[in-house]
Design a protein around this ligand. Sequence first.
Ligand SMILES: *Cc1c(COP(=O)(O)O)cnc(C)c1O
Length: 370
Amino acid sequence: MKFLDLKKQYKQIASEINSAIKRVLNNGVFIGGEEVNNFEKEVAGFCNIKFALAVNSGTDAIFLSLKALGVQEGDEIITTPFTFIATAEAIANCGAKPVFVDIDPVTFNIDVDQIENKITKKTKVILPVHVFGQMVNMDKIMKLAHRYKLSVVEDAAQSFGSFYKGKLAGAVGRIGCYSFFPSKNLGAYGDGGMIVTDNKKIMEKIKLLKNHGSSSKDKYKNLILGINSRLDSIQAAILRVKLKHLNKWMEEKRKKAAVYNKELSAVKKIILPQVLINNKHTYHQYSIRVIEERNDLHNFLQQAGIPTMIYYSLPLHLQPAFKYLGYKKGDFPNSEMVSQEVLSLPLYPEFSQAEQKLVINKIKTFFKVI
Ligand SMILES: *Cc1c(COP(=O)(O)O)cnc(C)c1O
């Protein structure tokens, strides 16, 4: 059994993918061009937002968004310590300081009620992360941002296609960031990312930043200093095929999540993932919490041939790379507790009923519920 089997998905759509790749090879345009332009338009349409700009990765999407907002040394950016390193790394690479706020252990997302305490004169951006496929309560975030005149950059790397109150993840704040890393909801066959915004000025700034500050009229006239963060045409062509299937695949994941929810509800030592009202989850990860016996269950399943993953075993405030921030153990108790308890179970659109049954039975066996 695999934790995620991308080959199964490819087999289902092989003819569409192969012809999309062939189309690019025959056109001979490998960076940018029609494929990327069309993909950007299609994502903008999907998100119901004015502008979408393809970049090299989700990490770059966050970095360039902050750069476009003028984030620099001395600024503070509020985010969660329970996320992938890229979120806070992008902040630090702008010279700014990540200011962490603990999470709500029920959703694994930033605790919106603790944000206000951390706002200072230096705060420039609130950077919520929609962890595992469930969106943060964006009403509260936007209210705070409005009151304190802050920008909101959404890290929607794990939540392409998720909704909160009918609005798509990434389409609520001033800027939204997506990752097309192969394992994400919408995954390329390589690296990729996207930035969405309704703000024309920000869009134009990012367009410059992602391509060496090159003027669109004269490629070799560099207006500002930027970086190279472009999306390959082959990846764009692949992603255009996959975007058409996305909603169906997310629905398939929700169905399988419902099976886990039903079958595992009898296990007392497991806390199932909760979907809050107004949210449409996409289960980038189906993450349970296991009281006390997480590591034992993880090992037991491993030996039974069932791969599970621990996201995240070390919250960012305790990462060696962020030692200089001066945080210590105990600063964010919920993040620390959850990192000892989380376990992601295999769940993807093509995951078979038989495989899922086996996972459920083995978990029940471990807890002697059968
Ligand atoms: C994957 C991920 C990123 C980074 O995306 P890449 O495309 O891998 O650079 C950023 N933030 C979160 C929360 C992620 O899960």
